[in-house]
Design a protein around this ligand. Structure first.
Ligand SMILES: Nc1ncnc2c1ncn2[C@@H]1O[C@H](COP(=O)(O)OP(=O)(O)O)[C@@H](O)[C@H]1O
Ligand SMILES: [Mg+2]
Length: 244
């Protein structure tokens, strides 16, 4: 009888240890992710304020040079080409900076950031992307970042791989669950072939959601479009809020 009791106790101790390890693992996973977002934020600022401003100044100087040349000066074509290159690089730098960490997410929050993402992705890809945004409860910075990153990856996949004509992004609170869905009418794929454990993209999304007690649902088949749905609980979490 005593043996049985001891065994029982051992079992509960082990279970307790397992649960503590699991909590610790999640806590570490979240902090890795926070550090990554902080770093992205820093790089985005540096790109925008450093490289971006230098390119703006360079463009200005080239314009001045251009204006000082006579209309028939053969150097003009070279200066014009340099100006065009400078403008393109400035545009690329700004886009990269925004993709790394859009300031709108920190300044105005998830709803505005999603509107911006949908508009800019639609313009860049030429695909019709609509956003259905239902009234949202208050979300902490970390949850907003999580949902933004899922939307960003799913939209990116739909514009890059799907050859879709329409994409619909939907964010809705249902009871104590928040649902973010990105659906496209593109060529679809076989999810069992595509989600590699621990990989970037879909695998990364799935792992990140799991750290927040959420999950990823993926519905797709060749020729039938794709529906990616992230579900996260709205219950209070023990994680520390995202530094802004
Ligand atoms: N919306 C989609 N439509 C069609 N194929 C997709 C879609 N999303 C993902 N895929 C397929 O699944 C693969 C894995 O996607 P992902 O994990 O995001 O990696 P990556 O985008 O870097 O290739 C893609 O290479 C593509 O073949
Ligand atoms: Mg991808």
């Amino acid at each position: 009888m005593d043996d049985l009791r001891a065994l029982r106790q051992q079992y509960f101790d082990l279970l307790d240890r397992l649960q503590r390890n699991e909590r610790e693992f999640r806590r570490l996973g979240r902090s890795v992710w926070r550090v990554q977002e902080d770093e992205r934020r820093r790089l985005a600022r540096e790109l925008h304020d450093g490289v971006g401003q230098n390119l703006t100044a360079l463009k200005h100087r080239l314009s001045q040079l251009d204006e000082s040349l006579a209309a028939d000066d053969p150097a003009r074509a070279h200066v014009d080409a340099a100006l065009a290159l400078c403008s393109d690089t400035l545009e690329d730098t700004r886009n990269l900076s925004r993709l790394l960490r859009p300031p709108i997410l920190d300044d105005l929050g998830l709803a505005s950031a999603l509107r911006w993402l949908v508009r800019s992705s639609g313009e860049a890809s030429g695909i019709d992307i609509t956003l259905d945004l239902q009234p949202l409860p208050d979300l902490d910075g970390e949850m907003q970042t999580l949902l933004f990153r899922v939307a960003q990856e799913a939209i990116n996949n739909a514009t890059k791989h799907a050859k879709a004509q329409h994409i619909v992004v939907r964010l809705v609170a249902r009871g104590d669950t928040l649902q973010l869905q990105v659906a496209d009418d593109g060529r679809g794929f076989d999810p069992s072939q595509a989600v590699h454990a621990g990989g970037s993209g879909l695998g990364g999304m799935r792992e990140r959601l799991r750290l927040y007690d959420g999950r990823l649902e993926l519905h797709s088949a060749p020729g039938e479009g794709t529906r990616v749905r992230a579900l996260v609980p709205l219950l209070a979490r023990s994680g520390t809020p995202m530094p802004s």
